[in-house]
Design a protein around this ligand. Sequence first.
Ligand code: HEC
Length: 284
Amino acid sequence: MQPIRLTLSFVLCLLLTAAFTASEEEGRALYDHHCARCHGTDGARGLFGAKNLQKSQLSDSAILLQISNGRRIMPAFRKRITPDQMTAIANYIKSFRTSYMTSRKTNPMFTFPHIIMIATAVTTALISGLFYAWSCSVIPGLAKVSDSTYLEAMQQMNRAILNPVFFLSFMGTVFLLPLCTYLQYGPVLSARFWLLLLASLIYLGGTFGVTMFGNVPLNNMLDAVQLSGATSADLATMRIKFEQPWIYLHTIRTIANVIALILVVIACLSPSPVAEPIAYLHRS
Ligand code: HEC
């Protein structure tokens, strides 16, 4: 019983493969015969303004309609080609799209989206490096100094950091990450797009948001304090109100930033521009 079943399924597989290959072969032959003189064997010839089929994004039904009715210079084929044959041709011409995607994959690296991606990776890395350095040098170092030294140092550093070089990475990432994500947006959403979208959300919420609505209000509170003339009890209270909450928020924004950076690095390494060109074939 078992061997018979196995043999049967094997034969069925063979038949299915043969049928599939046949319809693909049939599609190719019909296309070469009826369509290639205007569209070219690769779909990109463009004679008489024939649309480039590698770039075409028509749905299955729109392709069938186009073949059946024709359009402007393109003749109607409904009298010459059966519906089954049209389907075979439609499936065949959609395979051009995959080759378009694959050829784009091997194209030169320095397009506008690539340059934006490099800039995004650099600013994301710079700002997470800044927060990381703060976590492992400034915070533990200042933990050991007196209240007045601590508060004065934090006050001065918070004032000093508001400079263009800092904003380049901190604010640059706010604009570059969403821009970079947008540039990866297309008819087929790639892994790269989703990674960058996730990185943008994490950076905007976990790093930018936490800084603006967490650390900055604390910094402003500290900035308003007149340190000279304050009693040591005042200084101690102020430090308690400031130091631990600030470190807590700082740790959150640093971890968020590093996660965003990891996602950006993976996005840079992931295939472009379309992770699964096959998805294209199954769209309708
Ligand atoms: C005489 C030249 C010619 C022949 C032969 C021809 N086409 Fe076209 N095709 C054109 C032109 C011109 C257009 C653009 C029509 C328009 O302005 O929309 C076009 C457009 C198309 C489009 C629409 C693409 C898009 O994205 O809008 C499809 C699909 C297409 N052709 C498929 C075929 C197929 C399949 C065959 C063979 C069965 C075929 N064509 C034969 C000239 C031709």
